[in-house]
Write a protein that binds this ligand. Structure first.
Ligand code: NG6
Ligand code: CA
Length: 523
């Protein structure tokens, strides 16, 4: 019997394993684990999920070699809370402060907190982060010119090469471990999210310097011809060049896996595509016919292919479990005039689901997800199991034989058999989450209401919220009353059944209240 079966599967769900005949697997090594987390990639954005207008052969190949999920959810409809839940195993809405963070926010995950990388590190894994962090740094006053802590290295990563927040937020610099890369001490960095500092051009004052226009929220300091959210001065030698960034991150990811080819490693490769601002390398520019958003998806796909090729060349592809997914649903216009809306044509970035990023409708959190581990996970399989990224922590703990402390990872369920593609039995329910955007002139705060929805089987209850909600003219799903949808017959959430089915609505609303009040969902 393989180590996986012995150490993980039987512990979690013996029945599920026995129900399906497994490929007789030779004893695998403890696998390397690579989580590739795309940013704002939608359910309908990949060829293997039905996109006809965009070619994603590398990610499609990953799906052909593994299992593709049709009902996988990011824990939230925006980045910070999704990543918080992925890394901690707690639904983000249980904690305060888990909204989209500015680039100078303090560390949200505190040192000592139980996390996915800390768990894998305890199991003997080398752990690395390459890419987007967006979970805050420091204790309130980040010293961009000195030692930056706490950060990823304090919550379980051995190595971290990362961008602090988002591509559209200052500071637009990379951090290696605890220090800004290429920082010239004679040109110190200063960051301010409230008032303009220094005399560098801004999108508001110098729109003629921009590669593309931006809305007022994205019109502060211009870096590399792109205006950002927030002001920064200094650090000129350290500023990234958007067009080169993904190649640089890929280089780091390749170096990490190459250096650790002989030991189990965990790589969290947090890619930025197709988040705004979309400025892919010139070799992708204009190639999709859908403008920079489509081109960014081509870049994402190519980069995934390169990382896979590296694993193959190192001879470790068969010893590596790859998980591919996205932190939230898609958005076309997100502040920059890059023609994403105009050039989308027939492309439906959310596939059959309604709305996208920021939304409590399915498009907000129903994301592509693929797991691939040659010889262990069935190839070319489609799974309808209901799964959530919050479950990866408990599931991977089961895989490597680590126990979870009772009071940590409180919403993370061991769904290893589902992630291994060996059963379609996933969660009985999942809580969907969004923290609403409130647009008030210049300031777009995500200090608005938190709206939760409960998926129980095909039923979906969207909890009533008091604020009316739109984002850039899109209805994002909230109403002053509960909504009830039957996704089996109405996947697009058009037919609110709440007034026709008051009992079911009440029952699901009460269940959601109980889940919230219980403080945990893991048994
Ligand atoms: C929003 C930004 C948006 C994007 C998002 C974070 C405005 C108007 N919009 O506040 O451009 O950066 O935050 O995206 O400021 S996420 O994928 O990291 O959650
Ligand atoms: Ca995102």
């Amino acid at each position: 019997m393989s180590r996986i079966t012995r150490r993980g599967m039987l512990r979690g769900s013996a029945a599920a394993v026995c129900a399906v005949s497994l490929p007789a697997a030779a004893s695998p090594r403890r696998p390397n684990i690579v989580v590739i987390y795309a940013d704002d990639l939608g359910y309908g954005d990949l060829g293997c999920y039905g996109a006809a207008g965009i070619r994603t052969p590398n990610i499609d190949r990953l799906a052909a070699r593994g299992t593709r999920f049709t009902d996988a959810h990011s824990p939230s409809a925006t980045c910070t809370p999704s990543r918080y839940a992925l890394l901690t195993g707690d639904y983000a809405w249980r904690a305060s402060g888990t909204q989209i963070l500015p680039g100078d926010a303090p560390a949200l995950i505190r040192p000592g907190q139980f996390t996915l990388p800390a768990m894998l590190k305890a199991a003997g894994y080398a752990t690395g982060l390459v890419g987007k962090w967006h979970l805050g740094l420091g204790d309130g006053e980040v010293d961009w010119n000195g030692r930056i802590a706490p950060g990823p290295l304090d919550v379980g990563f051995d190595q971290a090469f990362f961008i602090p927040a988002t591509l559209d937020r200052v500071p637009t610099v990379l951090i290696d471990g605890r220090h800004v890369v290429n920082l010239d001490p004679a040109d110190p960095i200063e960051v301010n999210y409230k008032t303009r500092i220094g005399d560098e051009p801004t999108g508001v004052a110098n729109p003629e310097l921009l590669k593309f226009g931006a809305d007022p929220e994205h019109s502060d300091t211009i870096v590399n011809g792109i205006s950002r959210i927030g002001y920064m001065t200094g650090g000129r030698a350290a500023r990234w060049e958007d067009e080169e960034l993904t190649d640089q991150l890929l280089g780091k990811a390749k170096a990490f896996v190459s250096a650790r080819r002989d030991a189990p490693f965990f790589l969290y490769f947090a890619m930025n595509e197709p988040h705004v601002p979309r400025a892919p390398h010139p070799r992708f520019a204009g190639k999709s016919g859908m403008g920079p958003r489509g081109d960014a998806i081509l870049q994402l796909d190519w980069t995934v292919g390169e990382l896979m090729r590296t694993l193959e060349e190192l001879g470790i592809a068969d010893d590596t479990l790859v998980v591919f997914s996205s932190d939230n649903g898609p958005v076309l216009f997100d502040g920059y005039e890059d023609q994403a809306v105009e050039l989308a044509g027939e492309h439906r970035p959310s596939g059959p689901y309604r709305s996208g990023k920021y939304s409590i409708f399915e498009g907000g959190t129903r994301v592509p997800m693929i797991t691939c581990w040659p010889g262990q996970i069935p190839a070319d399989r489609v799974s309808d199991a209901l799964v959530d990224h919050v479950d990866l922590l408990a599931s991977l703990a089961a895989l490597v034989g680590e126990a979870l402390p009772h009071d940590s990872a409180v919403d993370s369920l061991n769904l290893l058999p589902a992630f291994m593609g060996r059963t379609d039995r996933g969660r009985a329910f999942v809580v969907e989450d969004t923290k609403l955007m409130v647009t008030t002139g210049k300031s777009v705060a995500s200090s608005g209401e938190r709206v939760l929805a409960l998926r129980a089987g095909d039923w979906k209850l969207i909890r009533a919220s008091t604020e009316p909600h739109e984002f850039h003219g899109n209805v994002i799903g909230t109403q002053p009353h509960h909504q009830l949808y039957d996704l089996a017959s109405d996947p697009g959430e058009r037919n609110d059944l709440a007034s026709d089915m008051p009992d079911r609505t009440r029952e699901l609303a009460a269940m959601l209240d109980r889940i919230e009040q219980a403080g945990r969902t893991r048994p």
